[in-house]
Design a protein around this ligand. Sequence first.
Ligand SMILES: NC(=O)c1ccc[n+]([C@@H]2O[C@H](COP(=O)([O-])OP(=O)(O)OC[C@H]3O[C@@H](n4cnc5c(N)ncnc54)[C@H](OP(=O)(O)O)[C@@H]3O)[C@@H](O)[C@H]2O)c1
Length: 346
Amino acid sequence: MKTARFDVPPAAGSVSAAVKTMTAIVHDEYGTVPEDVLRLAEVNKPTIQDNEVLLRVHAASVDRGTWHIMAGLPYPIRVAGFGLRKPKYLNPGRSLAGTVEAVGTEVTCFAPGNEVFGICDGSFAEYVRVGTDKLAPKPSNLSFAEAAAVPVSALTALQGVRDHGRVKAGQQVLIVGASGGVGSFTVQIAKAFGAEVTGVCSTAKADLLEAIGADHVIDYTSEDFADGAHRYDVILDIGGNASLARLRRALTPKGRLVLVGGETDGRWLGGTDRTLRALLLSPFVNQKLGTFIASENASDLIVLRELIESGQIKPVIDRTYPLSDVAGAIRYLVGGSARGKTVITV
Ligand SMILES: NC(=O)c1ccc[n+]([C@@H]2O[C@H](COP(=O)([O-])OP(=O)(O)OC[C@H]3O[C@@H](n4cnc5c(N)ncnc54)[C@H](OP(=O)(O)O)[C@@H]3O)[C@@H](O)[C@H]2O)c1
């Protein structure tokens, strides 16, 4: 990756005309090849509004959403606020952990020196500005690298299990795509809610699911979770894009299906056609078929911090990359080999 020294225009409020500079990943056009569209550069350090916090970032993490924001695909993501023709934010990083450097005049809940984790736009940088509504004190038993793995992926897992799956103790829960970033948290959170958990993954990652507490593991290369042998009260579908018919076949007659994700090549719909069909069908069948987009909020970060500090969940970190090689981290993740989370140290 090239390193350039230049000033980035103060786009979308992400940087100011401050004289101090920092090192950051800069992303000024959409593209599917990380090395083509991401570069390391010296840019202006952000300045904060009265209700914001300036953070010194120690670690960030990548997830499938990072690739989507980088590529601007599927296209609806551009309309959703990431920039219609070109990226709106400095870079596609979002999850992070760091230390509070300064606070705005209206901020009372954080002070310089606090160690925090959360979500912002452009987290692949030495400094970021963050709203307090997406920030919480870092779990005391995690390193910055571990804490940076948590926000987007674990919030999604928590809301999938608790709010949309409504998982209760003793229920049979199937997690498809259990070995990735969202999946590895989902397995642990469903266990923390008292469920009997079956995780679906590829052969090479079966040991990971056992290590994080899955009661049963289905290797999708040799077994079919919808073979009729078992039915599940709740299915969280995070990867693989199984058909609705297969997912419903594996669900109890009044079970809940939560469509969390699943990668497709679709540039326009990106899997939303399956989701739309599920939402249209749900009112006419006894099973509950739904989906959601994770809500990024501080109160759920605090719930996660409590689950982590009580030892009920722990981030699974696969590889760690330096800030200069965010492109390599994204390439590794989308290559499909990652087990759990891939982290960037800053
Ligand atoms: N709804 C939301 O708000 C929300 C929020 C965050 C993420 N997401 C979505 O959730 C999905 C996962 O994101 P992530 O960051 O966790 O990605 P990730 O870390 O790359 O994990 C992807 C998972 O998909 C699994 N997978 C691939 N092919 C499969 C198949 N045929 N059958 C079963 N599992 C298969 C992989 O398992 P193996 O490697 O073992 O095959 C891996 O565990 C993405 O589509 C993302 O966009 C949604």
